[in-house]
Design a protein around this ligand. Sequence first.
Ligand code: NAP
Length: 307
Amino acid sequence: MSESPEALAGVADVDCRGKQALVTGSTSGIGRAAALALGQLGADVVVHGRDPAAGDAVVDELEGIGVDGTFIAADFADVGAVRDLAAGVRAETDGLDLLVNNAGGFFREGRLTDLGVEYTFHVNHLSPYLLTADLLDHLRAGARVVTTASGAHQGASLDLEGVRDVDDYSATRAYARSKLANVLFASELARRLDAADRDVTSNSLHPGAIPGSGFSRFLPGPLPRLVQVLEAVPGVTTVADGAAELLFAAVSPRTADVSGRYFSNRQPTTPSSAARDPEAARRLWEFSADVLDVEEPLESAGSAVDA
Ligand SMILES: NC(=O)c1ccc[n+]([C@@H]2O[C@H](COP(=O)([O-])OP(=O)(O)OC[C@H]3O[C@@H](n4cnc5c(N)ncnc54)[C@H](OP(=O)(O)O)[C@@H]3O)[C@@H](O)[C@H]2O)c1
């Protein structure tokens, strides 16, 4: 039998009883496996995605483990739905110990959302930004915010001007930019939490290239199912491996005091130079608040950017 994510991450002994977690994008793939692993460790989990049948199935599994599970549906291309998700999480929990920003995907067609921004950027970056902002005061002392980025951020440029334009759309470029935004967001959040003296950490991670998740759903015809068969090939990075990356950042004692870092292969790793640019991180933060028409989160902690 293959190893569990919690065993792979070296966290099988971590006791999460009494902890409350939100894992976005946990109806499928890495998020689903991480949500169930957190349940195995004793955490109660709010499950999120769009597919209610898949969400209810994860909740049933969590309840079978003996923890509380709740599913809340929200389309991340819809600002109102994200705000409702945050309100739902507030209603269902009395505080969060773990916010995992994991929902996302690769989207073949270029289109603008109601905000007038490119869909991938909206779903993969703006919605986790808004959700985190709405839940900041619901994070308990010692909480961790973990964002699933990707090694695909390497080579990307932020190009905020291009976010409002899909004339020359490239799905690969849009995905890479959104994942660069994830790394920048996580590090800027860490800096602002620290400046605001909040006892909350923020890190991002690359889960590995994982054919067995639902990630390949953008491929046409039967290809997604064919690609998923690779999950069983020895040596291939599995969904459990990806969930282990997430668990390492989310609950390992080894990462408890680490903030503002990017993990890959279960260790802090140096992301691209574009992802280490504090000025770009600040611009992205302000741009995101502007596009969403919300007050800048942790604004008073935003002034002094370390060189
Ligand atoms: N697999 C890889 O090789 C790989 C590599 C690097 C990074 N990642 C990242 O890992 C994360 C998880 O992906 P995965 O591989 O586990 O793929 P997955 O199996 O397709 O899972 C994606 C999750 O995100 C949710 N989601 C997608 N679009 C959404 C939207 N518009 N609104 C709300 N929820 C949405 C899905 O929910 P529904 O199905 O219910 O809509 C699902 O729960 C993503 O951020 C992805 O970019 C994956």
